[in-house]
Design a protein around this ligand. Structure first.
Ligand code: AMP
Ligand code: MG
Length: 408
């Protein structure tokens, strides 16, 4: 089909979208508020951790060379070291120290023998070591976690719980992260009303609340700008109120219908269109453009289409603005349970439920795939990528599955 030939493949559309976006200026936030955000800078270690060689086990700190004789080898016990204590004595040949997990290794010792491999005299003065160990056995070396000056976490690293623990152990209380993108959300359509308004022949605007939550979950700050009527004037007036946001999401009015004014209104607003229409189902009539530093998404109107577009294009853009090094939608490998057919020319993103059976993730397409039906999006766990050039997928075929960020 000639018309389809002009459509932009999904990967190109995403690459062009990402090329319009960059990490936002950073702000310092307290560590406990930084969970899930990405570092704006490389963080270097200010402390070497652990600060000293220490024991990974409860047992005995020994000179491994003392254990070369056939076991058992008897050693004199000179002191007991608990975590938080400083060793007083050097371990000399023929001697050892009792040591607990986390206690610093005394000078002279180069290994730890776990308690279970020893027999302690009842008075505690000597111990029989029942097996030889090599140097470094059960020793956590100084600097294993961090060496002063080295890059501990690179810019763009998402801060999970261990990362935040690492930063705390460096004495940090706050970190610089790109600020949260401010996102304006505008629904368009004469048929729409708010959920709390009398219906009077209209349908409830489902896109603004759904997109708003999707933005929130992706780390942005949503502002709902209301519902614009299907006139150039009203869409333009609402778009004027969206000036100054980092991202603007409109929904509906993107096709070539007589009441589809969004593209024209964007143009009048001075938004430079980067592309319009993607080789994808659902979500073909997507447009992306820019004005100054604001990126505009004209999302399709069907509630499921707009969520799929969010997942494939908007969320990556938000993640780029939030400074994440990894912005592409995550994917996992699976197998198709069922049969899928289509004409080549559009990539399909099929709503599926996927579950593990016999060591494989099996994806079952949901029976409803119409983009107007939110219900099938509600039970889907993944989107199955049915590539643009393919026309058929059969049971057992390897497929790419995108876990959905919408899920509870
Ligand atoms: P359009 O792109 O304007 O032709 O809209 C496509 C379909 O999506 C139509 O059936 C609209 O009624 C529906 N639609 C558009 N916007 C919304 C919305 N915010 N909430 C629910 N349905 C919508
Ligand atoms: Mg419409």
């Amino acid at each position: 089909m000639k018309e389809e030939a002009a459509l932009l493949p999904v990967e190109d559309a995403r690459a062009r979208t990402l090329a319009l976006t960059s990490p936002l200026p950073s702000e310092w936030v307290r560590l406990e508020e930084a969970l899930g955000r990405a570092l704006a800078v490389d963080v270097r270690a200010q402390r070497t951790l652990p600060p000293w060689d220490n024991s990974a086990m409860d047992g005995f700190a020994v000179r491994s060379a003392d254990l070369s004789a056939p076991p058992p080898v008897r050693l004199q016990v000179r002191e007991t070291l608990y975590a938080g204590q400083t060793p007083r004595e050097e371990v000399r040949p023929g001697t050892c120290a009792r040591i607990m997990t986390g206690a610093p290794l005394p000078a002279g010792a180069d290994a730890v023998v776990m308690r279970e491999r020893t027999r302690l005299e009842p008075d505690g003065s000597a111990v029989d070591i029942l097996e030889p160990v090599g140097p470094g056995n059960f020793v956590r070396p100084r600097g294993e976690d961090a060496r002063e000056g080295e890059v501990l976490l690179a810019r763009g690293t998402p801060l999970g719980i261990p990362e935040l623990g690492l930063l705390v152990s460096q004495g940090m209380v706050s970190v610089p992260v790109p600020r949260r993108p401010r996102v304006a959300i505008l629904s368009t359509g004469d048929e729409l009303c708010r959920a709390d308004a009398p219906l009077e022949g209209r349908i409830v605007d489902a896109n603004a609340p759904a997109l708003s939550l999707a933005v929130l979950r992706a780390g942005g700050v949503p502002s709902v700008l209301g519902i614009a009527r299907d006139t150039l004037e009203d869409v333009s007036a609402h778009l004027a109120a969206a000036e100054g946001y980092d991202l603007v999401l409109t929904s509906a009015g993107m096709s070539v219908g007589e009441h589809d004014f969004v593209r024209e209104a964007l143009k009048r607003q001075g938004v430079e269109q980067d592309f319009w229409r993607v080789a994808i189902k659902p979500g073909k009539p997507l447009a992306v453009g820019r004005k100054g530093s604001t990126v505009y998404f004209g999302l399709p109107g069907n509630p499921t289409s707009s969520l799929v577009s969010f997942e494939l294009f908007v969320r990556p853009a938000l993640r780029r603005m939030l400074g994440h090094m990894d912005v592409e939608p995550p994917k996992v490998g699976g197998r198709l349970a069922g049969e899928l057919k289509k004409a080549p020319g559009l990539a399909h993103y099929v709503r599926v439920t996927a579950s593990w059976e016999d060591g494989e993730l099996w994806a079952r397409p949901l029976s409803t795939q119409t983009s107007g039906a939110l219900r099938s999006a509600a039970s889907a766990t993944h989107l199955l990528h049915f590539p643009l050039s393919f026309s058929r997928l059969a049971t057992g075929d390897k497929v790419e599955l995108l876990p959905l960020s919408w899920r509870a």
